[in-house]
Ligand binder design. Structure first.
Ligand code: MN
Length: 187
């Protein structure tokens, strides 16, 4: 948790300074208050995943660029062990492991996500052209796509346009674990 807040603080500062944006400008571009952005940069706040997405979208960066270590190991042949990568990313009952950090040459990032308990999140549209690929590893997941809930069980997978409102829900009473491969459009 503390590790993650440190990454987030460092990344936010880095992207903001790269763009030459003040906290005021960043608040305007992301829709997240200046007070909260300041708290994040001082590692005093653990934002929800909704806020993380708002910040990533406003800064036009991938989600993993915001929450993963600022200097990730991008070596393509390095073995990853998901057990070492899981973090409770937010105050919610949600655990995120960044298996593959965003790589601009391929345009995607790979997460393993766990919803520990009952969980529901409706997400605002991501940046235009963003596509998510969900593969359920364990348990059962419901996704809100095209204004309706779709049920997926272990082994099932779906691809959807994430540049429109969409959602995630676990009502199974047990943890659900899935991969989310998020593809971003070329800039
Ligand atoms: Mn999404």
């Amino acid at each position: 948790m503390q590790e993650l807040n440190l990454y987030l603080a460092t990344n936010l500062k880095k992207f903001r300074k790269n763009k030459g944006w003040s906290l005021d400008r960043t608040a305007k571009e992301t829709g997240v208050s200046k007070a909260m952005l300041g708290q994040i940069e001082r590692q005093e706040s653990s934002p929800t995943v909704a806020k993380l997405w708002q910040i990533a979208t406003g800064l036009q960066v991938s989600l993993s660029s915001l929450i993963a270590p600022p200097t990730p190991d991008t070596q393509s042949n390095q073995l990853r062990n998901v057990d070492h990568l899981r973090h409770q990313a937010t105050p919610e009952d949600m655990v995120v492991a960044t298996l593959f950090h965003f790589d601009a040459s391929v345009g995607f990032e790979v997460f393993e996500i766990t919803f520990l308990d009952d969980f529901e999140r409706i997400s605002e549209a991501h940046e235009t052209g963003v596509i998510e690929h969900i593969i359920v590893i364990e348990g059962a997941l419901e996704l809100f796509i095209n204004q309706q809930w779709v049920s997926l069980s272990q082994g099932q997978a779906i691809k959807f346009a994430a540049d429109t409102e969409h959602g995630y829900r676990n009502t199974s009473g047990q943890a659900v674990k899935f991969h989310d491969i998020i593809h971003y459009p070329k800039k």
